[in-house]
Design a binder for this molecule. Sequence first.
Ligand code: HAX
Length: 441
Amino acid sequence: MKKTLKQSLYKEILKHRPRTQKLLKEYGDVVIDKVTVSQVIGGMRGLKSLITDISYLDPEEGIRYRGYTLNEVIENLPKPKDSEMPYVEGLFYLLLTGRFPNEQEVGQVIDEFSKRRIVPRYVYEVIDSFPSNSHPMAIFSTAILSMNRESLFNRQYRAGLSKMDYWEPTYEDALNLLAKLPEIAAYIYNKLYRKGDRIHSNPNLDMGGNFAHMMNIGKPYDDVSRLHFIIHSDHESGNVSAHTGHLVASSLSDIYLSISAMINGLAGPLHGLANQEVLRWLQEVMNKMDNKMPSRDEMSQFVWDTLNSGQVIPGFGHAVLRKTDPRYMLQREFSLKHLPEDPIFKYADMLFKVVPDILMKHGKAKNPWPNVDAQSGVIQWHYGVTEYDFYTVLFGIGRAIGICANVIWDRALAYPLERPKSVTTSMLEEMVKLAVNPETV
Ligand code: HAX
C-alpha cells in the first residue's frame, strides 16, 4: 500500500527538523545580510530575512518550485488523459514533499480534495448577502473568513495540542479549505455575472476540470485553469500575499484567517489586481482605437500618456525579477498555440514589443519586462471570462495552494511569531550621523 500524502509529508518533516535545529543551535549568530537605510524606508527590498523551502525566486531566472523550473514542473507532474497541463493536486503534493507524485499518489490527493468539496450552506448565504456591485475579492475573502469556525486546529489547540503536532490539524484545515475554493469562486462568479445560475460540482473531476465544469466553459478551459492555478501558486515568501499569509499564521491564527488575509493583500493593484488592471487598460486603448489594431507608434503613445499622467503600466515590472517572467512566457506560449488570432492577445503582444523599451527610456522601473499579470487576463477573456474584476480571484485560488503548503511547513518546523523591530526617523537620522561621522559621538 502506497503512503498517503500526509504520511509522506510527515516523513519529510522528520527528516528536515534536525537541519533547522542545527542551524539555530550552532549557527544562530552567524551574520548573513546587512540592512541599509533605503531597505528600511523602501519596503525591505532584497533583505534576506524570511525562510521557505517551497519555492525560490531567482531575479534572472524566475521561480523554481522545490528546485524545479516551471517547465520542469509541467513536464514531470502527471496529467489527465488528453490534457496538456498537469493535475493541480499533483503540484500540491510536490510543494509539500519536494517529490513528483506518480499517478496513484495524485489519485489519492484528488480523492481527498473531492471528499472535502462540499461548502457549508452558511457560506453561500454570506456570499448572497453581498451587494451585487461588491468586488469579488472582498466576497472571496469574507467567504473564506466565515469558515474559521470549521478549523480543526482551533479545536485541537484549545483542547491542548503539542507544538510539534501543530502541522497536523493545519494540514487538515488546508485540505478542507483548498478543496472548496474553486466551488466558492465559481459560485461568486455565477452570482455576480450569471444571475445566480449555478452549476454543481462534479466529484469525478480533478480541480482544474471541475472548475471549468462549474464555469460552464468547454475544453481547453480545464487546462487553462490547471495552468493558471499552478503558475500562480507560489513566488517565495516576501511578496505581499505570501508574506501576509505567513505573518498572520505566525500568531497561530488558523488557515481560514490566514488565507483570507493573504487574499486581501493580493487584491491590491500593485500585486494580484494588476491582472484586471491590464485588461481594463487594454480595453481603454481598444475603445480609443475603435477596436482597430494600433500601429506601434500609436501604442507607444498610449503607453507614454499613461506614464506621463503619473500611472504605472500594469503587468510590467517586478520587485525581485529582472528578466521576463517565465510565468508570462508560459502563458504567451499557450496563447500562441491556442489563440494567436485573438484581438486582445494581439494587443497584449504589441505591448510586449513596445513597453520594455519605453520603460527603459522612462528610466524609473528597475525591471521593464512583463510579469505574470500581463497575459493571464488575455487568456481568460478569450474563453469568455470577460468580467475582469474576477481575475484576481483566480489568482487567489492558485496562491492559496502555495501559502497553505508554506503554513503547514511553518508549523512543522515550529517557526515562531514574526516580530521585526521598527525604528523612528530620529533614530535613523542618529544612526546615519554616527555611521557617516563616528567622531560626533
Ligand atoms: N510602470 C511605470 N512605472 C513603474 C513600473 C511600471 N510598470 N514599474 C516600476 N515603476 C516605477 C515605480 O513606480 C517606481 O517609481 P517611483 O520611484 O516614482 O516610486 C520606480 O519605477 C522604481 O520601482 P521598482 O524598484 O522598479 O519597482 P518596485 O519594486 O517598487 O515595484 C511593482 C514593483 C511590481 C509594484 C512595480 O513594477 C509596478 O507598479 N508594476 C505595475 C503593477 C504590476 O504589474 N504589478 C504586478 C507585479 C507582479 C505581481 O506581484 N503580481 O501579483
